[in-house]
Design a protein around this ligand. Structure first.
Ligand code: ATP
Length: 356
């Protein structure tokens, strides 16, 4: 049995994820899904975001399949910080993989770009405050062990957020990035011309590329954004710090067909979690019109990550074939509802291999 934890969450996550799990099980009965009700609904009813017991259990699964969290009744930031960011931190998921792979039938081109985004550091360090004043930030978890004291005076109110990069994290991040990158078309991006700390980013990118015998090129994030839009077919793997990776990966997912076609994975040395990039989409939830492709693609990434390559490839082929044959989700102007689209993937995946 391959035990997978499932967190459908809210909105369209709750709608799509259980149906995708049923489809996956119909293709491979060794999969065993264990559901967790970690959702805004539960928070509204019981005030619980995620418990330490749940975090402990989640660490024991082969992987986690996550839907989406978000509900207008909950103050923005509560669920994001106490569930999504907490899971990334507590499970030490330092690598964010965001492929933008388009279907010709949908976009008219065949973009194949994978963004490998550092997932824990940079300007998401959580070190923020105001001056005049004095603050101590302490981090004693996993590979981190530091104290930062910030104090100062000003005749003006000063607001700051500190970006951090650490050598230990960058070494493991670039090592994993080069293991994932399946070709030598690798672009490492940053703003080393404007932000001093990216010189260490560059040094470690180069050092690890030599160790892993990967050819890389550097491109500043602004120039990269311009060139991706001009010629997306030029790029294959883009390695980015947290903040630029966040922005550039949204841009590439838009080029590849939109949020309904954007899967992602969060990966560490021990744990992993796969999820569609889109949120709970309350405006369309419960109507059976959400595009399930991003969730299906995320599940394919998950299966590959845990070594179930054959099952992954059956579903990947089915997905490609049905879209090529004109089975198009409503989001892209087609007529296939969420459930009918997933049923088509399920049916096609049952065909003999040479017929898929
Ligand atoms: P959240 O607060 O959970 O992030 P949101 O609505 O702010 O929710 P998204 O869920 O990412 O953010 O949705 C942004 C827009 O994209 C919405 O108009 C939504 O309907 C649309 N959208 C997102 N995902 C899909 C999908 N799978 N299929 C169709 N439309 C989608």
């Amino acid at each position: 049995m391959v035990d997978i934890a499932v967190i459908p969450g809210d909105g369209i996550g709750k709608e799509i994820i259980p149906q995708v799990c049923r489809m996956l099980y119909s293709v491979d009965q060794s999969l065993n899904f264990i559901y967790y009700d970690i959702s805004s609904e539960r928070y509204i009813n019981n005030g619980i975001t995620v418990t330490d017991k749940e975090i402990g259990e989640l660490k024991s699964y082969k992987s986690i399949f996550f839907g989406a969290i978000g509900d207008f009744r909950v103050k923005p930031g509560i669920m994001e910080q106490n569930v999504i960011l907490k899971l990334r931190k507590d499970l030490d998921l330092y690598m964010n993989i965001r492929p933008a792979i388009s279907f010709k039938r949908i976009t008219g081109n065949e973009i194949n770009i994978t963004i490998l985004r550092e997932n824990t550091e940079d300007f998401y360090s959580g070190i923020s405050g105001t001056l005049p004043g004095k603050q101590t930030f302490e981090m004693k978890k996993g590979i981190y062990n530091y104290n930062v004291d910030i104090s100062g005076n000003s005749d003006n109110q000063i607001y700051y957020t500190m970006g951090i990069l650490s050598e230990r994290n960058l070494n493991r991040f670039f090592k994993k990035a080069y293991e994932i990158a399946g070709s030598d078309n690798i672009t490492v991006t940053d703003k080393a011309n404007a932000v001093e700390m990216y010189s260490i980013w560059r040094d470690i990118a180069s050092k690890q590329s030599n160790i892993h015998k990967k050819k890389i090129k550097f491109e500043y994030a602004d120039s990269l954004a311009y060139n991706i839009v001009k010629n997306p077919l030029k790029y294959e793997y883009i390695i980015a710090p947290n903040l630029y990776g966040d922005i550039i990966s949204d841009m590439t997912s838009s080029l590849a067909g939109g949020l309904g076609y954007a899967p992602s994975g969060n990966v560490g040395d021990k744990n992993s979690m796969f999820e569609p990039v889109h949120g709970s989409a309350p405006d369309i939830a419960g109507q059976n019109i959400a595009n399930p492709v991003a969730s299906i693609q995320s599940s394919i990434m998950m299966l590959k990550h845990i070594g179930m390559n054959e099952t992954a490839s059956i579903i990947e082929k089915s997905l490609k074939n049905i879209i090529n044959n004109g089975i198009i989700p409503i989001e892209s102007g087609g007529s296939y509802t969420t459930s009918r689209f997933i049923e088509e993937v399920m049916k096609t995946s049952q065909l003999p291999k040479n017929k898929i």
